[in-house]
Structures are given as C-alpha cells and as structure tokens.
Write a protein that binds this ligand. Structure first.
Ligand SMILES: [Zn+2]
Length: 99
C-alpha cells in the first residue's frame, strides 16, 4: 500500500478540496498499467467533523472507492452510495487497524 499526495486545487482550499486532476489521472494510468489499484481518497475537515459534508456528497464520484476523513483527532471511512451516476450519500465503513 502507498499514499500518493496530491495538491488541493480547489478555488478555496480552506473550505473545499479538489484533488489535482493530473495527479489523479497519473494514479489511474499507473493502476491500469499494472500498478497498485486506487483504494480511495483522504482529506481533512478543519471543522472537526469526521463525516462527509454536503459538498463531499455533491462532488463524489459513484466509483465505490473509500473516502477517509480526518478530523477532530479521528479517522473515519466512508463509501459513496450511488444512484445511477449520482452520489446520494455515504455509508460508514469500519476501519480495522492491525499491527
Ligand atoms: Zn470532506
């Protein structure tokens, strides 16, 4: 497993996040070429709420990948709920930390 850092290119990065598209495309290309599959995305919430925001729901892709949200000293995991091409919410995913 590896973590690929990407720039937050949102117009207001203190309130929103948008993964640098070039970094995201590079990860997808690498996975298609036999590299590690993309498991999901992570970001933080400076407001301390470790649950998906309304803008997370609005911006999520119905790709089934895991979203980790870091906030308030917690890390939570979520998976988008898709209705066709739209995400209608997230469902929590248990995190098991071993080792
Ligand atoms: Zn968020």
């Amino acid at each position: 497993m590896a973590v690929q850092w990407a720039a937050n290119v949102a117009a207001d990065p203190s309130r929103n996040f948008e993964i640098d598209p070039a970094a995201l495309i590079a990860v997808h290309k690498d996975a298609r070429a036999g590299g590690m599959p993309l498991l999901g995305y992570f970001h933080s919430h400076p407001n301390g709420l470790a649950c998906p925001s309304a803008s997370d729901i609005a911006q999520a892709a119905p790709d089934g990948l895991i979203w980790l949200i870091i906030a308030g000293g917690a890390v939570t995991a979520w998976q988008p709920i898709a209705l066709g091409a739209h995400v209608t919410g997230f469902t929590p995913v248990p995190l098991i930390v071993e080792g």
